[in-house]
Design a protein around this ligand. Structure first.
Ligand code: MN
Ligand code: MN
Length: 241
């Protein structure tokens, strides 16, 4: 059941409307990294989450994201105020010049929102990892928006929204940790074969770059996979150097 309280999560005050900036803001309304994507992704995931605690977390954050969607919508509405008149800035924002005062369910390039943006299904570990990625995308977009924002009221709201995405990331990470899956890539019932340890060095020019992602004891570094193909060993074990 939903109730709608006629009050924003954070007050929105825009002194100088800027339709060009409003077009940037559309990314967080009807874009891939936007609030609708996040809200619907967590909400839908919650239906097939077997853990009551994590289900509750997904639903609470989903509802908060819908609150963010409302805030971003209000920001866009305010930044396209007075659009009925022919203002010169509008020439640089054809989306609002043609569609009228926003928001609209499109991204900054005018592409319609699609459910294909949503990453969910199958397993709570997979879902939570998708959620951490979704939060990273949102945080990144808010940083880009903040760097371009001029209006002080707008900046304040965007900083709040960016902060909340960081908070959500931490919560999703803690949820994964509670399942023992924050640093453990394996989940599900099928054990991987022995190549799970193999790192294939598949670039032929330039110096080989080494790091914890391709080093012992976690990984066996195959310096010359081409040689292994000759010997028919590529899919085999051992990873001889
Ligand atoms: Mn959000
Ligand atoms: Mn979030």
């Amino acid at each position: 059941m939903f109730f709608h309280r006629k009050e924003l999560m954070v007050p929105v005050e825009v002194r100088k409307p800027d339709p060009v900036f409003a077009q940037f803001l559309l990314q967080q309304f009807g874009g891939a990294t936007g609030e609708l994507t996040a809200g619907l992704q967590y909400w839908i995931q919650s239906f097939h989450c077997p853990k009551p605690g994590i289900r509750d977390l997904l639903q609470d954050i989903a509802v908060e994201e819908f609150g963010h969607l409302e805030v971003v919508g209000k920001l866009i509405e305010e930044h396209t105020r007075g659009i009925e008149k022919t203002v010169p800035e509008l020439e640089h924002s054809p989306i609002f010049a043609i569609r009228g005062r926003g928001p609209h369910l499109i991204d900054d390039a005018g592409v319609s929102w699609t459910a294909a943006y949503i990453n969910e299904g199958g397993d709570v570990v997979r879902d939570l990892r998708a959620d951490i990625a979704a939060e990273a995308g949102a945080r990144e977009t808010y940083e880009v928006l903040l760097e371009r924002a001029i209006d002080p009221g707008t900046k304040k709201v965007l900083h709040y929204l960016l902060t909340r995405e960081v908070a959500h990331t931490k919560m999703f990470m803690k949820a994964l940790e509670s399942l023992g899956k924050l640093t453990e890539p394996l989940f599900g019932n099928i054990k991987p074969d022995e190549t799970v340890k193999v790192y294939y060095h598949l670039s032929t020019n330039g110096a080989a770059q080494r790091g914890p992602w391709n080093q012992e004891p976690e990984f066996t570094y195959v310096a010359d996979p081409a040689k292994m193909i000759e010997h028919g060993e590529l899919a085999g074990v051992g990873g001889k150097h």
